[in-house]
Design a protein around this ligand. Structure first.
Ligand SMILES: C[S@@+](CC[C@H](N)C(=O)[O-])C[C@H]1O[C@@H](n2cnc3c(N)ncnc32)[C@H](O)[C@@H]1O
Length: 240
């Protein structure tokens, strides 16, 4: 019964649940009231504003310069966006440095756990700690002592349910993606699923488009598809 559930969860998410992790999880999964809740238990939601600062510095500097050379509307997709902080961090940077007009920038956040997307759509977060880089973006929020609510942005991120393991990948309204963020998601997937995803990301990226993964997701096997680039302490993969 327990192994059956583990296989169903692996099938639905594309994850490989290692034995040690299943030992921590399976009791909680058996207590959960339905399969969606069980799936949410296996899919770690951890995220943060401007998570891994050097990656956001690379977006501020090199990626904004790259976008300026693109004539078409700009398109960015955060795959596995959890509760939305990654999409809004990106949106805040792109608005600050590129001042997009209505319709000039599309940001899509996807995740397969609907409750995380609902949270992201609401855009209301706990007030950040005093050392958070978010403070420099305070005018973009309605803030109280306990919570910060994102205000309207000219090009606000949209959020959509999508399962990376089993569904056709989303395309932007026009053309291909300039940036795909898939950070801290690939590590949970089997090698085979990772390979499949990377090929699909490659086919949906515009020429010289960027793929950004998490700091520990190095994709060493994919040098035929992507050129690894370094920017300060960060790295990204540029479509060949
Ligand atoms: C650890 S969080 C990372 C969030 C964000 N990308 C970051 O780096 O801060 C991973 C997210 O990926 C989502 N996820 C995992 N497997 C997925 C799948 N097969 N399809 C869509 N989303 C998935 C999880 O629900 C979770 O919210």
């Amino acid at each position: 019964m327990s192994n059956d559930l583990r296989q169903r969860l692996e099938g639905a998410s594309g994850f490989e649940i290692p034995d040690h992790r299943w030992k921590q999880l399976h009791e909680k999964c058996l207590e959960a009231s339905n399969f969606t809740e069980q799936l949410a238990l296996t899919a770690v939601p951890k995220t943060d504003w401007f998570r891994n600062a050097p990656w956001y510095q690379a977006l501020e500097t090199e990626f904004c310069s790259h976008l300026k050379t693109q004539a078409k509307p700009w398109a960015c997709w955060s795959a596995g966006c959890s509760t939305g902080e990654e999409c809004y961090s990106l949106a805040l940077i792109l608005h600050r440095f590129l001042h997009p007009k209505n319709g000039q920038l599309e940001i899509l956040g996807t995740d397969f756990i609907e409750s995380r997307l609902n949270f992201a759509r609401e855009g209301k977060y706990s007030a950040p700690k005093s050392e958070s880089p978010l403070h420099s973006y305070r005018p973009s929020f309605e803030s109280s002592e306990s919570s910060w609510q994102i205000k309207e942005l000219p090009c606000k991120p949209q959020f959509q349910r999508h399962n990376l393991a089993s569904e056709a990948f989303p395309k932007p309204t026009k053309g291909l993606w300039d940036l795909i963020l898939c950070r801290n998601v690939l590590i949970y997937l089997s090698k085979e699923k990772q390979r499949e995803l990377l090929r699909q990301f490659h086919s949906l990226l515009a020429p010289e488009g960027w793929l950004m993964t998490g700091a520990s997701e190095t994709l060493l096997e994919h040098q035929d598809l992507f050129q690894v680039r370094f920017c300060g302490e960060a790295f990204y993969f540029q479509k060949r």
